[in-house]
Design a protein around this ligand. Structure first.
Ligand code: G6P
Ligand code: ZN
Length: 583
């Protein structure tokens, strides 16, 4: 057995190693500076404490983006030196974020071991490649992101770090082949277990959904299906699930070969970046598609996000979670016993609130970031949750889950069409959404993103919006001057959340303007960017009147959008006359 020694390497702190909403994300050129990754990893081990690290089993894998393979070798050697007993690595270093969560919660190693945590190597929906982003995120024993208490400690440690530990004499492990390699260190045996992570994930999905009914739907000649992984890690699972398990056609898969640079694209599943899928679904303004499939979906780089599309039809993520919640008990075996509760992030539209109220479900509104859902789920308070940022999931794991969301929609479609597969016309995605609006009313919704704006300007804009809230009379005067028919603001605040489970308080979670007619304007700074600041403006309007639910959403929201832009003095503070992305 190859033996290794532990070397202590002297180092000095780097500025700015503060983990954001989902770990530390920086340009590759920042991460590849000598000691940069090592400092952050050691700061994480130190934050966990040696009793949690010594003897532990850790997962190390990610979405396969550029620099992942090198980072896996470095973290493995540091884990060995810090007394970790074994690491689990997905074959080729690939594991989607939801699969990591599933593996941490459910996998049992050949020797009966269970995982204690995970380093996930991803910058999610940010582009990859030598000039783009890399990221490291630590997840805990429950399979969810480290809570703020831990990430704050990691950050503090990065500001004082003096040395890190690394194994000397431990060779690079071949992560292209499955199998266990064992080594001998000062603390005893150290194993690297390279395995195929699709196995556990497929097993989990099969325990949640009725694969047979989805298979029937997919085999109907009337049902076309298309899945775009945007060259992220989702492709790896999509092939296994949609083609091998569910019998979908190989040609249904777009961009399903994972690439280190995501093929040069932006692996974010929205109408702007998922161009090929959008065209195939007949939603491209410039390209016409004579016969789009019935159903289309896309994922982000690490496969936790999803976008759901019907034929020439876009489902907003806020509607998607509401529709899944409304149909789950009926269509998804995992939920047949009922839902424990539902939750959404604050900027997500209130479509879910209406479902919760009507079905008499417990409901929670939490700040942006999946970890808040995790707390509720660990306490058995929530079954289904979602975010406007193309994230949907359930308590089967502690991350959002892109492929789960697609299977949820396919289950709903299979259920609605179960007696109709031989019929004239299938119940479509659009039919399901319109029926939902007719029952619960419609939340017109849009988000404007101003990416990579000057950070100082963004801060000033936010300060200006907070200051305005001290006089709602003044706000309403300004609004009437912009659009006389927009209703009055009746409440303005910065969203603050008290976690019902651990009573922790999260402040400054977005600026809200709530209108008399139920409309909302929300302003937030993104916590996931790696450069400059990104301002997000969330615009929402509720319409109950069935005769008014069929409008084009940008047209319906135009007055409120104008109010948002003028009230915030967007152009003045950022110099931008238009957003970078509209979703
Ligand atoms: C990540 C988190 C989500 C969150 C999103 C917000 O994807 O996992 O839970 O909604 O970031 O991103 P933002 O850029 O708006 O902070
Ligand atoms: Zn992601």
């Amino acid at each position: 057995m190859v033996a290794f020694k532990v070397t202590r390497v002297g180092t000095t702190p780097f500025d700015g190693q503060k983990p954001g909403t989902s770990g530390l994300r920086k340009k590759v050129k920042v991460f590849t500076q000598p000691h940069y990754l090592q400092n952050f990893v050691q700061a994480t081990f130190n934050a966990l404490g040696s009793d949690k690290v010594k003897g532990a089993t850790l997962v190390i894998s990610g979405d396969g983006r550029y620099f992942s393979k090198d980072a896996i070798q470095v973290i493995t050697k540091m884990a060995a030196a810090n007394g970790v007993r074994r690491v689990w690595v997905g074959q080729h270093g690939l594991m989607s974020t939801p699969a990591v969560s599933a593996v941490v919660r459910d996998r049992v190693g050949a020797d009966g071991s269970k995982a204690n945590g995970a380093f996930i190597l991803t910058a999610s929906h940010n582009p990859g490649g030598p000039h783009e982003d890399f990221g490291v995120k630590y997840n805990m024993e429950n399979g969810g992101p480290a809570p703020e208490g831990v990430t704050n400690k990691i950050y503090e440690n990065t500001t004082t770090i003096k040395e890190y530990l690394i194994a000397e004499g431990l060779p690079d492990v071949d992560i292209s082949k499955t199998g266990v390699s064992s080594f001998e260190g000062p603390d005893g045996k150290f194993d690297v277990d390279v395995f195929d992570s699709t196995i556990d994930y497929v097993k989990l999905m099969k325990s949640i959904f009725d694969f047979l009914s989805i298979q029937k739907l997919l085999s109907s000649p009337k049902f076309g299906f298309c899945y775009d992984a945007l060259h992220g890690v989702a492709g790896y699972y999509a092939k296994r699930i949609f083609v091998e398990e569910l019998g979908g056609k190989e040609s249904s898969l777009l961009n399903c070969v994972p690439k280190e640079d995501f093929g040069g694209g932006h692996p974010d599943p929205n109408l702007t970046y998922a161009k090929e899928l959008v065209a195939r679904m007949g939603l491209s303004k410039s390209l016409s598609e004579p016969n789009p499939p019935e159903f289309g979906a896309a994922a982000d780089g690490d496969a936790d996000r999803n976008m759901i599309l019907g034929k020439r039809f876009f489902v907003t993520p806020s509607d998607s979670v509401a529709i899944i919640a409304a149909n789950a008990v009926e269509a998804i075996p995992y939920f047949s016993g009922g839902l424990k509760g539902v939750a959404r992030s604050m900027p997500t539209s209130a479509a879910l609130d209406v479902v919760a109220k009507s079905l008499n479900l417990k409901f929670y509104e939490v700040p942006t970031g999946w970890k808040f859902f995790g707390n509720l789920m660990d306490a058995g308070m929530c079954s289904i949750c979602g975010e406007e940022s193309f994230g949907t999931g359930s308590d089967h794991i502690r991350e959002k889950d892109g492929i789960w969301a697609v299977l949820a929609w396919l289950s709903i479609l299979a259920d609605k069409n179960k007696d109709n597969l031989g019929g004239e016309k299938l119940v479509s995605v659009e039919d399901i959404v319109r029926q939902h609006w007719a029952t619960y009313g419609r939340h017109y919704y849009t988000r404007y993103d101003y990416e990579n704006v000057d950070a100082a300007g963004a801060k000033e804009l936010m300060a200006h919006l907070v200051k305005l809230q001290s006089s709602l009379d003044e706000v309403n005067k300004i609004i009437k001057g912009i659009h006389s028919d927009v209703s009055n603001v009746v409440h303005g605040d910065e969203f603050e959340y008290k976690d019902p489970v651990d009573s922790s308080i999260s402040k400054h979670q977005g600026i809200r303007y709530l209108f008399e007619d139920g409309s909302r304007l929300v302003f937030r700074l993104s916590g996931t960017g790696s450069e400059g600041a990104t301002i997000r403006v969330y615009i929402e309007q509720y319409e109950k009147d069935p005769s008014k639910i069929g409008r084009d959403s940008q047209e319906a929201l135009a007055p409120l959008v104008e109010v948002a832009i003028k009230l915030s003095k967007m152009q003045e503070f950022t110099g931008r006359s238009a957003p970078t992305v509209i979703t």
